[in-house]
Design a binder for this molecule. Structure first.
Ligand code: ADP
Length: 260
């Protein structure tokens, strides 16, 4: 089986998936996973069949963002894994297979072995979109992913802070090197709107995402505010709903651009 898997062309295992989108960030903690999940929900709200693959091998947070930490993927044939289904979204993560504490101390080969297993053995079925939550950074694992997965392109999530922008730039350079199109940049925690007076504060700096997007000629798809509902729903593993329409619309706009 292992040999057969290696010989299969990389697109074969993903042949029933229309678009694979890698969601990446240079730096950790910028809101990459939160953005990936809300974007997946927005694509689903548009009528798409959506899956989310947590490739953030050292810090898998997708199980908790979907509130499915205690679930385990099932298998019918002892060779392939069925992803967990949550609210109609298919979810797969290394977090289902090992405890996150174990994964954080893995050396490179262990981590890439686990990632290969997820890539080779998950039965996604038919999907319009597979959103891949990439590990932060620009190392071996990220490069391997771009080689093994027939992705349509990458989305880069950054905050407007200088350090995050610098790392986002490295991410852009990495994808350029392997000729993977950058579908767009998402500036997260872009500003904070005061709940009392409505004033917009650029807590982490202004125009950073815009300038980076201009410099690399990639579209800036959204400027998502630093917002309590986003943090609360992500921490509780819930969804942004109709009550949060003005926040959800940022993700909906990204989804619209991706699908057009
Ligand atoms: P990453 O995947 O880049 O490590 P996460 O998605 O885990 O980052 O987000 C890090 C923290 O920031 C989480 O606690 C999340 O709830 C919070 N967060 C992410 N985006 C926002 C936002 N726009 N507003 C408020 N909190 C956010």
């Amino acid at each position: 089986d292992v040999v057969i898997n290696c010989l299969l062309p990389k697109a074969y295992k993903f042949k029933n998936i229309k678009h694979i989108v890698l969601v990446a960030s240079g730096k950790g903690g910028v809101g990459k996973s939160t953005t990936a999940v809300n974007l997946a929900r927005a694509l689903q709200a548009q009528g798409g069949k959506v899956g989310v693959l947590d490739a953030d091998i050292y810090g898998p947070s997708i199980p908790s963002l979907f509130s499915v930490m205690d679930e385990k993927p099932t298998t019918q044939d002892n060779q392939t894994l069925n992803p967990i289904s949550k609210d109609g979204i298919k979810v797969q993560s290394i977090g289902f297979l090992v405890s996150p504490q174990d994964a954080t101390v893995w050396r490179g080969p262990m981590a890439s072995g686990a990632l290969n297993q997820l890539l080779n053995e998950t039965q996604w079925g038919e999907l319009d979109y597979l959103i891949v939550d990439m590990p932060p950074g620009t190392g071996d694992i990220q490069l391997t992913m771009t080689q093994k997965v027939p992705a349509s392109g990458a989305l880069i999530v950054t905050t407007p802070q200088d350090l995050a922008l610098l790392d986002a730039q490295k991410g852009i350079a990495m994808f350029n090197k392997v000729n993977l199109p950058i579908l767009g940049l998402i500036e997260n925690m872009s500003h904070f709107v005061c709940t009392h007076c409505g004033e917009k504060n650029h807590v982490f700096g202004k125009h950073g995402g815009e300038q980076l997007a201009l410099r690399h000629a990639v579209p800036l798809l959204a400027a998502i505010p630093l917002n309590m509902e986003i943090r609360e729903t992500s921490e509780l593993g819930g969804c942004l709903s109709v009550e949060h329409a003005n926040i959800f619309e940022h993700y909906a706009a990204c989804a619209q651009t991706l699908s057009s």
